[in-house]
Design a protein around this ligand. Structure first.
Ligand SMILES: [Zn+2]
Length: 177
């Protein structure tokens, strides 16, 4: 299908709570393919539908071959049914190319979703892939990694060679209303 441009913060769609994805909807299939194409083209390990302009509960993740994982995951209406452990690591986001930040996440998660054929999918994940899944799950609820940062002053880092478009302290933290 197509590689889509990545929507950048502060586009309001990144703060939207996305609506359920219907696997019978042609737009959902097209969006899934566009997400896969966009993921394959770019430097990221995951892309969520709102990042290419669709407020649908759908994302794709593939952390392999750099990290252990399940390969390509295309998840509709995913939700985390269990999370355990805690780890703090450096995260970035295609929609916030200005910064990376230290974010605390579960080390291990169980995510349930459906695939594009409407079949239930259960993904048990740990390590880097688990963190990535939590980051993408947040996108579907209008939450960016900067919302998870404990201290915008000390835990956010400017990317090398990038002139940031805003100061971290000016980021309005919080979940959407
Ligand atoms: Zn992101």
């Amino acid at each position: 299908m197509a590689v889509r441009p990545i929507v950048l913060y502060p586009d309001p769609i990144l703060k939207a709570v996305c609506r359920p994805a219907d696997w019978r909807d042609r737009v959902v299939h097209e969006t899934a393919q566009d997400l896969i194409d966009t993921l394959r083209q770019g430097p990221g390990v995951g892309v969520a539908a709102p990042q290419i302009g669709f407020d649908i509960r759908l994302f794709v993740v593939d952390v392999t071959p750099k990290h252990p994982g399940h390969g390509l995951l295309v998840l509709l209406n995913p939700h985390m049914v269990a999370g355990e452990g805690s780890t703090t690591g450096r995260e970035g986001c295609l929609s916030v190319p200005d910064f990376t930040a230290s974010v605390r996440r579960h080390t291990k998660v169980l995510v349930q979703a459906t695939d594009l054929q409407g079949n239930p999918v259960s993904v048990e994940s740990e390590g880097f892939e688990a963190v990535c899944l939590q980051h993408e799950l947040d996108h579907l609820d209008g939450i960016l990694f900067l919302d998870r940062v404990a201290c915008l002053k000390t835990d956010v880092f400017r990317r090398k060679g990038v002139h940031p478009r805003f100061e971290p302290q000016d980021y309005p933290q919080g979940a959407p209303p």
